[in-house]
Each structure stands twice: as C-alpha cells, then as structure tokens.
Design a binder for this molecule. Structure first.
Ligand SMILES: [Zn+2]
Ligand SMILES: [Zn+2]
Length: 444
C-alpha cells in the first residue's frame, strides 16, 4: 500500500568533487565510445567483482564509501570510467597477488609485488576516477611498489583522475618505492592530480636498497601532461634514494618505449629524506630525481618544491615533527551535498590530516501532509529536508473512514438503547391504536 519514492539519492552525490576540477580534462578511454557493453558499478561489492572480469569495461555511477571493505588490490586491463565519482576511505593493508618484474637504474630485475586500489594496470585506460581519504600501508620483506591508484602500470592511460591520501611503506626489500598516483612502470598521465603524503622507512641491513619516491610515479616513464602534484614526502633510507616531485627516477626499463614527454605540470610541496650511504648521491628534485634514458621533452612545468635533506641517520623522518603529538580531533559533519570528515591537528607541531569521510545526508527530515485524505480519495504526504528542501520520499495516505453514525461508535450504549427504543415504539403504537379504536366508539 505504502509507496516510498527515493528521489534525490543520486542527485545529492552529483555535485561533489570540487578541488579536482582543474584541469578540465574530458578525455576518456576511446574504447568506451564503442559498442561493447559497459558494466555499471554502484557498490563496493561490485567494485570487488572487477576481479572476475578484469578486461571488461566499467563505469562508476556513484560515490562509494570503501571504509568497510578489506581491500585486496585489483589487477586490471580493461577500461574504467569513474565518471567524476569518488571512492572515499579506501584502506589497503596488503599487496595484491600479482608479481611483475621491476628494474633498478642498472636494469637489474626484481620480482616485485604491488599495492594500491589496483595492483597492476596493463593495456588499460582509467579516467575521471577520484580517491579521497585513501590510505595504503604495507610492510614487506621483498621488492614492492605502492601508490594510491596503482602499484604497477604498463602501456596504460590515466586521464582526469585524482588521489588524496597517504602511502606508508616499511620495508626490507631491495627495489622499493612509493608514489602518489602510481608506483612503477610506463604509462601516460594526463590532467591528473595528486595530494599525497608519502612515507618510506628502510629497515634493510646489509646490501643497500634502491628506493624511489614520486608524487606522480615512484619510478618509470611516460607522458606526464597537465598534472598537479602536491607532495609531502618522508624518506629514511640506508641505500640509494631517488626522489622527485613528479617521479623519483625517469627511465626506460623497457626496450620498446618511446621518447618521454613532461609538459605543463605543477609540483608543490617537499620531500624530507636522508641517504645513509657512504656512496651518497642524494637524488631529490622538484620534477625528476634521477634522469636516465629515454630523452625527455620538458616544457612549461612549474614548481614550489623544497628539498630537505637530513644527516641524522638515527631518527626516522615522519610527518609528525614532534615527539609527543597532542591531537585535537574535529568532526566536520556532512551536509546535504558534501561528505563530512574527521580532522586531526597536532597542537604541538601542526601536523594535520583528514580521514573517516561520511556520506552527505539531509538534515532533520520531517513529513508534511500536502493533500489531506478524504472519505473518497487518498491523500499524500512528503518528506523534505529542512536544510535544502529536497524531496526525499513520498507516501500516499489511505482514504478516511465513512462518517461515524454515533451508534456504530457507541455500540455498548446502542445495545442498551435499542430494546428501550423498541419498547417505546411498541408502546406508542399500542396507545395510538387504542385511541384510534376508541374514537369511533366514542363518536358513536
Ligand atoms: Zn606534533
Ligand atoms: Zn538537504
């Protein structure tokens, strides 16, 4: 009988995503315009199901809260259109099952694992996908690359994507790295944004690690165009560091790759690092840490980047600058259209971050009767948000009952009164009949 029409759930989420609107890249995977079926994703479980068909075509149709999902990084080689939607609260505490070969600057190969939303992205296209409040935290003994979007990339394009969050790695591996958008490989990034805190702690003793950190890509090559990178990096290394605002090392580990292109990117932020190594090289620069082949075309890039090298090799460098952080916790509630979040701010050193994003919700919804029901017609009531007036739900009201007769509603009294009425009526009739019978007699 009751019909609930939830009207604005989709509309509410459509107006989000403010800070990633620059640059306005509308590029999408060309294959999405083809005739192949596109699978729509509206829940975290459906995102998990990509694993069953990693080469298919997908489109995200809603912002998703990933906070309840124990995420296993996905291998992917299809097309993914985020359609401007955001994954909130992604938390990755493990590497994916995939193993690929990575190389150091001397082309020495390493079997390597990967962490990120995607473990591997190969011959794929990812567009207009956003991550907010993401955290990748892994601890590993082997070679490993971790980044917010993808650990390993190859022959793929990323366009109009953005990431916001932190990547933490504690490692005993040899070939290792952390990146904002991606970890290791060869791919194109066009109109992407990263706002990433990157942390790497080297716990390797003995032979020295090859360590990479980049706000866009930890190590690799490709075309980086119109990207905006904000990096806050912390790198404590007893081997060889390769740190850059865009990429730690720009190089060609593959024989078939074309010349590189790095144009119109903007980098801001800092990398704090130490390189505890007598053979110190200390690569750390605004765009590219160490530059090897292939030749690179670089134009119109700009930066506000600070290189902070430390010579204290005993203190692990961390975003928290103080020994005893005193955090003030502030909760920003969601509004009708925007996600809320919790802010942590250290009162001593000012270190701050946001996490635990909560979905938009309407405020104090209440019901209002807009068409009162009558005895012959249904009525209608609506639930609207008192903050924004959005119509949330609608419900018909059943017709009113027929007007009460009194007797029906006062049955016990009626039961007493009815015999009395019958008696009175009968008595009255008898008197009337007697009078009528007598009259002719008296008239006679
Ligand atoms: Zn502090
Ligand atoms: Zn509202």
């Amino acid at each position: 009988m009751k019909k609930f029409l939830y009207i604005c759930a989709a509309a509410v989420t459509a107006a989000l995503l403010t800070w990633m609107s620059y640059p306005s890249v509308t590029a999408r995977a060309e294959s999405l315009s083809g005739t192949e079926d596109i699978i729509e994703i509206a829940t975290p479980d459906q995102l998990v199901d990509i694993r069953r068909a990693p080469s298919a075509h997908y489109r995200l149709t809603a912002d998703l809260d990933m906070g309840e999902t124990n995420w296993l990084p996905l291998p992917f080689n299809g097309t993914f259109d985020g359609d401007g939607h955001t994954l909130y609260n992604l938390r990755v505490l493990q590497t994916g099952h995939e193993v690929r070969t990575t190389a150091d600057g001397n082309l020495k190969p390493y079997d390597t694992t990967f962490a990120g939303l995607f473990s591997t992205v190969e011959n794929a296209a990812v567009s207009n996908l956003h991550l907010t409040g993401a955290e990748i935290s892994v601890q590993n003994d082997g070679s490993c690359f971790a980044a917010l979007l993808a650990g390993y990339v190859r022959n793929s394009t990323f366009s109009g994507c953005s990431v916001e969050g932190c990547v933490n790695m504690i490692s005993k591996g040899v070939n290792v790295g952390v990146g904002g958008l991606a970890g290791y490989g060869i791919s194109d990034f066009d109109g992407c944004r990263a706002d990433a805190t990157l942390f790497f702690e080297d716990r390797r003793t003995g032979s020295r690690c090859e360590q990479f950190m980049g706000g866009l890509l930890a190590s690799g090559t490709g075309h980086f165009t119109d990207c905006m990178i904000r990096i806050d990096g912390y790198d404590s290394c007893h081997g060889y560091v390769h740190n850059g605002g865009l990429t730690g090392m720009y190089f060609n580990g593959e024989p078939d790759w074309r010349a590189g292109r790095v144009n119109r990117n903007f980098v801001e932020g800092q990398i704090s690092f130490f390189e505890d190594n007598p053979d110190r090289r200390a690569y750390c620069a605004a765009y590219i840490g160490e530059r090897l082949d292939p030749p690179i075309e670089m134009t119109d890039n700009s930066q506000q980047f600070t290189r902070n090298e430390s010579t204290d090799y005993t203190t692990v460098l961390r975003p928290e600058k103080c020994d005893e952080p005193q955090y003030r916790v502030g909760v920003t509630p969601p509004t009708c259209t925007e996600w809320g979040y919790t802010t942590y701010l250290c009162q001593t050193c000012g270190h701050t971050w946001r996490e635990s994003f909560t979905p938009p919700r309407h405020i104090k919804p209440h019901w209002e009767t807009v068409i009162p029901p009558t005895t012959s017609k249904e009525g209608l009531r609506r639930q609207t948000c008192t903050a924004c007036g959005a119509l949330l739900a609608e419900e018909t009201l059943p017709p009113l009952p027929e007007k009460s007769s009194g007797i029906r509603n006062n049955l016990p009294i009626a039961i007493w009164l009815s015999p009395a009425a019958v008696l009175l009526a009968t008595g009255g009739l008898l008197i009337f009949r007697k009078k009528r019978l007598r009259k002719p007699a008296s008239q006679k």
